[in-house]
Write a protein that binds this ligand. Structure first.
Ligand code: AG3
Length: 279
């Protein structure tokens, strides 16, 4: 029998390859090529424009870091905006917080949401929660034009190529700052420090031009380039390194997670020397 293998070329001379059991969806939307693959070793996998977006096997390392670090840094997150993240993994984690009253997900591509609802229910199950509204729009345009305000904004973006480049620019962060409530904060996935060291350092500088408190933290995602993955947080008031662990323990009680627990919160912010702030 012919074997099917999928490779994401992650650098010029290397990539990550996985054996495919079945192609559950393959198509082209207005915005991108979309594949949902059933694989032998990673479970179901969402691929956009030939890059791994999320896999059942390692998605918790990414989505829990992206959602719980900002939500537990904010003392009482009630209104949350998620930009991107059409697979639903981030929304699923946000909904675990009892304080959260509304989650708006702004995703440009309806087809991603439709197909993930169909094929990846372990990620997309949160979409049926009544606190969630899905808005199909360009995220950069939404944050510029909306009159709504949020406590926490989470940017679950793709790589900074093509139309996604604007999601990594100062103007975008200024617009997000403009829709934050007092004491609000934002976080964005900011790529691989191993493969894109200068990008990670530069994005920290861009955030610093907009937010008084800027912190970066890391997780591990086997299928992303370099496997070490960074996030950047911009905050108006609350510092993730000053959270009160006892307070977090109270809020965390009964929450089901794979990676996150209050005792690990500050440890996420330990950075290796090559990307650490000088001084
Ligand atoms: N968004 C970030 C994916 C970046 C992966 N890059 C790559 N494979 N080259 C993931 C969305 C998950 N909700």
């Amino acid at each position: 029998m012919t074997e099917i293998w999928f490779t994401e070329r992650q650098e010029e001379h290397s990539g990550l390859t996985v054996r495919v059991r079945d192609v559950l969806f393959s198509g082209k939307s207005k915005y991108q090529e979309i594949q949902i693959l059933d694989t032998y070793s990673l479970g179901k996998v969402l691929v956009l424009d030939n890059t791994y977006q999320t896999t059942e096997r390692d998605e918790a390392y990414y989505h829990e870091a992206l959602a719980h670090i900002p939500l537990f840094t904010h003392p009482n997150p009630r209104h949350v905006l998620v930009v991107g993240g059409g697979d639903g993994g981030t929304v699923r984690e946000v909904l675990k917080h009892k304080s959260v009253e509304s989650v708006d997900l702004v995703e440009i591509d309806e087809v991603v949401v439709r197909e993930c609802k169909k094929h990846m229910p372990t990620l997309s199950k949160g979409f049926s929660d009544e606190r969630v509204s899905v808005i199909f729009e360009d995220g950069a345009k939404y944050v510029k034009e909306t009159n709504k305000k949020y406590d926490v904004v989470i940017v679950d973006s793709p790589d900074p190529v093509g139309p996604a480049v604007v999601l990594f620019e100062k103007e975008f962060y200024e617009n997000i700052k403009g829709i934050l409530n007092d004491g609000g904060l934002m976080v964005e996935q900011t790529e691989s420090p191993l493969f894109s060291k200068d990008f990670v350092i530069n994005i920290r500088k861009t955030f610093s031009e907009v937010f008084p408190i800027v912190r970066q933290y890391l997780t591990v995602v086997y299928t992303y380039p370099g496997a070490t993955w960074s996030f950047t947080m911009g905050s108006l008031k609350h510092d993730p390194l000053k959270v009160d662990e006892e307070e977090l323990n109270k809020r965390f009680k009964g929450m089901e997670t794979k990676i996150y627990y209050p005792g690990i919160h500050k440890a996420f912010f330990a950075l290796p020397r090559y990307i650490k702030e000088e001084g």
